[in-house]
Design a protein around this ligand. Structure first.
Ligand code: SAH
Ligand code: SF4
Ligand code: F3S
Length: 476
C-alpha cells in the first residue's frame, strides 16, 4: 500500500463517531431525523468535497435539504480564489444570524478554502459568534469527530489541521448527480502561480492510486453514470509521488477503455504539462470528450513570466495546433485574467490576439483579484479597476464574435448529445460531446439520456436543435 494512503484505523475512529452521532443528533433534534443543508462555493474540487460531507452527514442519520430554513445543520463550503467569492460568503453568513436566533439548536459550520487562511478563519470566528464550527480543507475526513465535539461540548471550535500529504480513501459519498459525476484523481497544487491562493489553501499535490480511481470509475459506469469528469488542479501532473509509475495519459486511457456507454472528460490541464501523448489519447478514444480546458491566463510572455506560468505563447500555440490537427471537432476553452499587476494595454492587446488566433468555444474571464499572502499581492498595480473593466468589455466583445461564428457553423449538423436538465417548460438543455449547450424540445423523461440532435438554428449564442426519436449511433 502506498504510504500516501492513510491506514484505515484513523477512519475507523471516525466511523465510531458517526455511529454515536446517529443517536446523539436524533435526540438533539427532538427525536426526529435531523436535516442538513450544504452550500458549495467555488470549483468542482469543492463540489466533490461537499459530496463527501453529504455522504458523512447521511451516515450520521441526517436527511439532506435544499432549504436553509428547515435545516438543523448548515454547512458553507467556501472558496477563496477571488475577493468576490469571499464577499459572497461573508454576506451569506451574516444572513444566518436571524435563523440561529429563531432556532438556537442550529449548528452552523464553515469549511473549505477560505478557512485555510488564518486571517479569514479568525475574522469569521470574531465577527460571527453564532458560527459553531470552522474547519479547513485538510481535516475533512475528521468531520464526524468535529461535529461530535461541537454538539457534545456546545463549544465553538476552529480546526485547521496541517497538510499531512495523505489521502483518506473510503469516505462515504453522496453524489449530487445521477448521470454526471465528478471523480477527483488528485488534490492540491504545486505550481504557485503568483496570483493564486489555491496552493496555499489546498496544500501540496498528491495523486490517488490508479487502481482505486479506475475502480471508482468502473462503479460509476455500472451505476449508470453517462459522463465522468476527472478532477485535479493540474491533472497533467497526475502520478507524481506515487509508488507506481504512471501518468495522466495512461490513467485516461485505462478509464476510457472501461466497458459501457459513457463520456469521459477532465479538468484542468496546465499548458506547461500538456503533452502530445495526452492529445493522442484523446484523439484515439471515442469516449474521451474532444474538449480541452487549457487556461492560458494571458497572451503576453512578459506577464506569463510574472505569473510564474512557465510556458510562452509560442509553446501554448504549439500544443493547441497539435490538438487541432489530431482531434476533429475539438473544442477549446480557457481561463483568462485581465489586469494582472503591471499589465499594460499592450500586454492586454496580445491576449486579444491569442483569443482570435485560437478561437475558443468559450472563456472564463476574471479581473485580477489581489490575494493576501501571494507574491503578486506585493507588486505595484497602477491600472485602475475602471480601466481593467474596460479591457474586459473589449475582451468579451471579441469572444462573442468568435463564439457566434462557431455556433453558426454548427447549424445543419447532427450531434450525439447528453440531455442534462430542464431549461424551462418543454425545453431541455443538452450538451454535445465537446461541451456545447443546445436547447431542444422535450419532457423531463429524456434527462440523463444520450440522443441525436440536429442543430436547427443559432440565435443570440444559443443553439437550438431537434432530438431525433431514434438513438442508433454509437458513442462519438
Ligand atoms: N488550477 C487551475 C485553475 C484553478 S483557479 C489552472 O491552473 O488552470 C481557476 C481560475 O481562477 C484560474 O485559472 C484563474 O484564471 C483564476 N484566478 C485564480 N486566481 C485569481 C486571482 N487572484 N484573480 C483573478 N483570477 C484568478
Ligand atoms: Fe492556481 Fe496555478 Fe495551481 Fe491553477 S496551477 S491552482 S492557477 S497555482
Ligand atoms: Fe476556490 Fe478552493 Fe476551488 S479556492 S477555486 S474552491 S480549490
Amino acid at each position: 500500500m502506498s504510504e500516501k494512503i492513510k491506514l484505515s484505523s484513523s477512519l475507523e475512529k471516525q466511523e465510531e463517531y458517526t455511529e454515536l452521532l446517529r443517536d446523539i443528533l436524533y435526540i438533539r433534534y427532538n427525536n426526529r431525523q435531523p436535516r442538513a443543508f450544504v452550500h458549495t462555493y467555488g470549483c468542482q474540487q469543492n463540489v466533490a468535497d461537499s459530496e463527501k460531507l453529504k455522504g458523512m452527514l447521511e451516515a450520521m442519520g441526517c436527511a439532506l435539504t435544499e432549504d436553509k430554513e428547515e435545516a438543523d445543520i448548515i454547512i458553507f463550503n467556501t472558496c477563496a480564489v477571488r475577493e468576490h467569492a469571499e464577499d459572497r460568503v461573508f454576506g451569506n453568513v451574516g444572513a444566518l444570524k436571524a435563523l440561529k436566533k429563531k432556532k438556537p439548536s442550529l449548528l452552523i459550520c464553515l469549511c473549505g478554502c477560505m478557512m485555510e487562511q488564518e486571517h479569514i478563519a479568525q475574522k469569521i470566528y470574531k465577527s460571527f459568534p453564532y458560527v459553531g464550527l470552522v474547519f479547513g480543507t485538510h481535516v475533512i475526513h475528521q468531520f464526524p469527530e468535529l461535529i461530535y465535539n461541537a454538539v457534545t461540548t456546545g463549544k465553538r471550535h476552529v480546526e485547521r489541521g496541517t497538510d499531512d500529504g495523505l489521502i483518506y480513501e473510503g469516505l462515504p459519498i453522496h453524489r449530487d448527480g445521477s448521470f454526471k459525476g465528478w471523480l477527483p484523481i488528485m488534490y492540491g497544487c504545486d505550481n504557485f502561480c503568483t496570483y493564486c491562493i489555491v496552493p496555499h489553501v489546498r496544500g501540496r499535490e498528491r495523486s490517488r492510486r490508479s487502481d482505486i480511481v479506475i475502480e471508482e470509475a468502473r462503479k460509476m459506469v455500472e451505476a449508470g453514470y453517462k459522463e465522468i469528469t476527472l478532477l485535479g488542479q493540474n491533472v497533467n501532473s497526475y502520478g507524481k509521488g506515487l509508488e507506481e509509475k504512471t501518468n495522466f495519459p495512461e490513467l485516461l486511457r485505462s478509464i476510457g477503455e472501461l466497458e459501457g456507454d459513457f463520456w469521459l472528460s477532465f479538468m484542468t490541464s496546465h499548458p506547461k504539462d500538456a503533452s502530445k501523448e495526452l492529445i493522442d489519447v484523446i484523439a484515439e478514444n471515442p469516449k474521451i470528450s474532444p474538449h480541452l480546458h487549457l487556461p492560458f491566463q494571458c497572451g503576453s510572455d512578459r506577464i506569463l513570466k510574472a505569473m510564474n506560468r512557465r510556458y510562452t505563447v509560442e509553446k501554448y500555440l504549439e500544443i493547441v495546433d497539435y490538438a487541432k490537427s489530431r482531434i476533429p471537432d475539438l473544442s477549446l476553452t480557457s481561463d483568462v485574467i485581465v489586469g494582472f499587476p503591471g499589465e499594460t494595454y499592450e500586454d492586454f492587446r496580445q491576449t486579444l490576439e491569442l483569443i482570435k488566433k485560437v478561437e475558443f468555444t468559450s472563456l472564463f474571464t476574471f479581473i485580477y483579484s489581489k490575494r493576501v499572502g501571494t507574491p503578486a499581492a506585493k507588486l505595484p498595480d497602477p491600472v485602475t479597476h475602471e480601466e481593467k473593466a474596460r479591457w474586459m468589455g473589449e475582451l468579451l466583445k471579441t469572444q462573442e464574435q468568435i463564439a457566434a461564428k462557431r455556433t453558426a457553423s454548427m447549424v445543419g449538423n447532427t450531434y450525439r448529445v447528453l440531455i442534462e436538465e430542464q431549461a424551462r417548460e418543454g425545453v431541455l438543455n443538452a450538451r454535445t460531446h465537446n461541451g456545447v449547450v443546445v436547447e431542444v424540445e422535450g419532457g423531463p423523461e429524456l434527462i440523463g439520456s444520450f440522443r441525436i440532435a440536429e442543430i436547427t438554428q443559432a440565435r443570440n449564442f444559443i443553439l437550438k436543435g431537434r432530438v431525433t426519436p431514434l438513438d442508433d449511433l454509437t458513442t462519438q
